[in-house]
Design a protein around this ligand. Structure first.
Ligand code: BGC
Length: 431
């Protein structure tokens, strides 16, 4: 393959510092517009909760819904920044739950809660308050009240958009005979992640998720509460031809533009579209039948596997290509695949760093203080090189001051944080 094609693909996905600086500027102006209620691609949602102090105590339940896995957990807060993990169970949502009737989705969840309580010996005749981590854009009007603005991450259950999801969940609990179990707080996963980390480290003031979807929140000063940015919707980024193609064929075209360039739901698909383009142009795999023309056939996990292959012959990539239906490939072709995958994921990491830098400088323009940033999500935690690319872009942006930023992997913060916020709501200390 001529170096120019490889070079031009790399170029189209590259994000130099000059562009990062422009993103930061545009992000700031969208944040300001969103906060002041003007039209903006950033929703800047008030959450009616402040970060915990670490002194909260007690046993609390949480439901964590944000992807195809749904979790129920109970944790104990010891009051000295310590959390005792307790009972936990994971349930898998089927396609018909996420894209069928909303009422059935909520009935299924409340059925799972009933099962969890009976298996774990949790008495359902006693009053129990639950934190509901619901990781979708919800316009909150109180700590336990909020209307779903639109679905993301391939969810499309009917009858939920425009409705108060706390009411829908509480009604489903009643239908299932769980009258004493009530949602005490509605929590975005980024807010849960921030809360879980802040319970142990008071320097934590930003929560980020880079997984199937992506988003961030921060402890606001002007509005004294945590603000859920919904950064996945940011739409001031330069898009390639492949991003446009992906957006057009998605079920939420025109929405979640940043999410479509960063999160695990889409990274594999962007790479697939770029690879398919080269195949169509007869640059690689000449004349061979292959599965790259099938939408969503190349997953973000494949992208991770491609990037971890450091063998001389790129034999791991060969195995993946065989799975994609290709009988044979040359070393040069496998190198090209690696270059494309790398370019796509590195761009995702650099975009994430740019918008994180924008959030930090919104809170603390000259980066005078220490900030712990709690990050979770499969892409950040597992995609090879992603976290490092993000950190090196942050170094480019902040130079020596980067030392004041501490990015910590806050595993399972969304569920734990849900329980912590339920404790704040139960004690009336949320604000
Ligand atoms: C949702 C956010 C969520 C993020 C990470 C996005 O699709 O809109 O609310 O925080 O995914 O789960």
């Amino acid at each position: 393959m001529p170096a120019t094609i490889e070079g031009s693909i790399k170029n189209s996905f590259s994000l130099p510092l000059s562009e990062i600086k422009k993103i930061i500027k545009d992000f700031h102006s969208e944040m300001c517009r969103g906060i002041s209620g003007k039209k903006s691609s950033l929703k800047m949602i008030s959450t009616y909760v402040n970060k915990p102090t670490g002194k909260e105590r007690g046993k609390f339940l949480a439901l964590d819904l944000g992807g195809t896995n749904f979790r129920i957990l109970e944790i104990e807060l010891k009051g000295d920044g310590k959390i005792l993990p307790g009972k936990e169970k994971k349930f898998v949502l089927a396609k018909h739950h996420i894209s069928g009737e909303g009422r059935k989705l909520f009935d299924f969840i409340s059925g799972c809660i009933k099962k969890f309580c009976s298996e774990q010996g949790i008495k359902t005749y006693e009053q129990r308050k639950i934190g509901f981590t619901f990781s979708f854009p919800v316009r909150q009007t109180g700590i336990a009240k909020g209307v779903l603005l639109h679905w993301t991450k391939d969810f499309s259950a009917s009858g939920v958009v425009g409705q108060d999801v706390v009411r829908l969940m509480n009604e489903a609990l009643i239908r299932n005979g769980l009258r004493n179990i009530k949602i005490a707080a509605l929590v975005n996963d980024t807010v849960g992640t921030l809360a879980a980390a802040a319970y142990q480290d008071q320097d934590c003031d930003v929560g980020v998720i880079i997984g199937t979807g992506t988003n961030a929140c921060y402890q606001g000063k002007v509005k004294r509460m945590i603000i859920n940015i919904e950064w996945g919707g940011f739409n001031k980024l330069r898009r390639t031809y492949y991003d446009e193609l992906l957006d057009k064929s998605s079920n939420n075209s025109g929405q979640q533009m940043l999410e479509k360039m960063v999160s695990g739901m889409y990274l594999g698909e962007i790479a697939r579209l770029a690879i398919q383009d080269l195949i169509k142009k007869q640059r690689i795999f000449k004349g061979q039948r292959n599965g790259f023309n099938l939408a969503k056939s190349f997953k973000s996990e494949h992208l991770s596997e491609v990037e971890t292959d450091n063998s001389v012959n790129l034999s791991g990539i060969n195995i993946i290509l065989k799975k994609m239906g290709l009988k044979s490939s040359t070393l040069q072709e496998r190198k090209t695949i690696k270059v494309i995958c790398h370019a796509v994921s590195e761009r995702g990491a650099r975009i994430s760093a740019a918008v994180l830098a924008a959030v930090i400088t919104k809170i603390d323009p000259a980066l005078c203080r220490r900030h712990t940033v709690a990050v979770d999500g499969s892409v950040y935690a597992k995609h090879p090189g992603f976290a490092n690319h993000m950190k090196s872009a942050l170094r480019e942006i902040f130079g020596k001051r980067t030392g004041r930023l501490n990015l910590v992997l806050a595993k399972d913060g969304s569920g734990i944080g849900g329980a912590i916020i339920a404790s704040l709501a139960a004690s009336g200390n949320n604000q």
